[in-house]
Design a protein around this ligand. Sequence first.
Ligand code: CA
Ligand code: CA
Ligand code: CA
Ligand code: CA
Length: 456
Amino acid sequence: MPRYHKLSLAVIFACAAPAAFSSEHSEKVLAALQAGKAHVAQELLIQYKAGAGANAKQRALGKIAATPAEVLVAAHQRRDKRGDLELVRLPQGKSLQQAIAALSADEAVAFVEPNWIYNHAATSNDTYYTNGGLWGMYGDGSSPANQYGSQAAEQWAGGNTACGDVWVGIIDEGYMYNHEDLAANAGKNPGEVAGDGIDNDGNGYVDDVYGWDFAGNDNSVFDGAGDDHGTHVAGTIGGVGGNGKGVAGVCWSVKLFNAKFLGSRGGTTANAVKAVDYMTDMKTRHNLNMIATSNSWGGGGFSQALQDAIGRADNAGMLFIAAAGNDAYNCDSGSNCYPAEYPNNNLIAVASITSTGAMSSFSSYGKTTVDICAPGSAVMSTVPKSSKGKVISGYASYSGTSMATPHVSGAAALYKALNPAASHTQVKNGILAQALPTASCNGKVSSNGRLDVSGY
Ligand SMILES: [Ca+2]
Ligand SMILES: [Ca+2]
Ligand SMILES: [Ca+2]
Ligand SMILES: [Ca+2]
């Protein structure tokens, strides 16, 4: 059970020996623990070195009396020739700090880190159907108009509403794939036969038709009205347009696919790594035109394991689009804006602006660590709603860098659809190069501007 360990850590740190943590990785982990970043109690992720066999692993774990819980990335499945990435558990009362120190010094271990806990990057408000709720899709030349919107409506006016066979992976909560404004865009695993109890495509997950639920470890990615955050994200990327109801996403047609790892208590590094790898495998195994994953979450501290997983997505030609966070941090100053601030080339970190072009008061930013601004305040989108004991299609206005991020994920899909030969790197560079200079974003994000999809 995830627990927040701020108090006990403060005590542990008072007597930790700094000399034991010489590597840059250990220092980052240490600093994040010291800052009280949430993590799962008595759990660690261990990256073993190549060739570390059963005996070497057993000897290492013996030092801290730990027991193996799960192999997250198996050595024999890796192309990078590194060892197992493994989740382990420590006995009650064992100091996480001392365990990290002992394992970091072990010759079989490349790195060791806590199992961080991530949370949604959203702050919901309860204003439904507010005026100009879909402003994030408007352009200066659309009707209604808003120059601070993503200008998606101008592409639509030019006939570019469809994102064709492009897929976007939603790494978040579950999303309501049978929502009236999403169902037509719900991607299905092309290698899986539903409900036969067999893992038809051999990816390790049985009957994963709409994706996989890593929080519940089952194939029901949508589990009810609690999956509102993931459903809201989905509607901004690919709400069905032109059907006379609800909202429209940046792409009116696109293939949405889901790796659920955020539950009611947030998500963990262990499940985030599995979720990212699941999408990477899905793209390569089935040769899907999956341009990006959309990641509206953050928290915890630096994780080499998660950064490595983002790197594997990069190698597979996929962008990782991430929310900058809702703490109003300057992410350039060591504020732990993870995963947004990882330096991976395939990552786009997104800050939030309001409908009047100001940076949203909650939005984190960073001239070197954050890349672009996008609409994130008072954004209308799809949500599940409870009504008379049933879950029905609904709509709501939310605010957060969580809402800004899927505007960019949708933009990546649109760019890829309009420029089919573009590599994922070219898609990223195109999105950033066409950002519109914006006063509130100047010096706050690397592009100095806001999302503008009209020139793709
Ligand atoms: Ca499967
Ligand atoms: Ca099956
Ligand atoms: Ca489930
Ligand atoms: Ca609609």
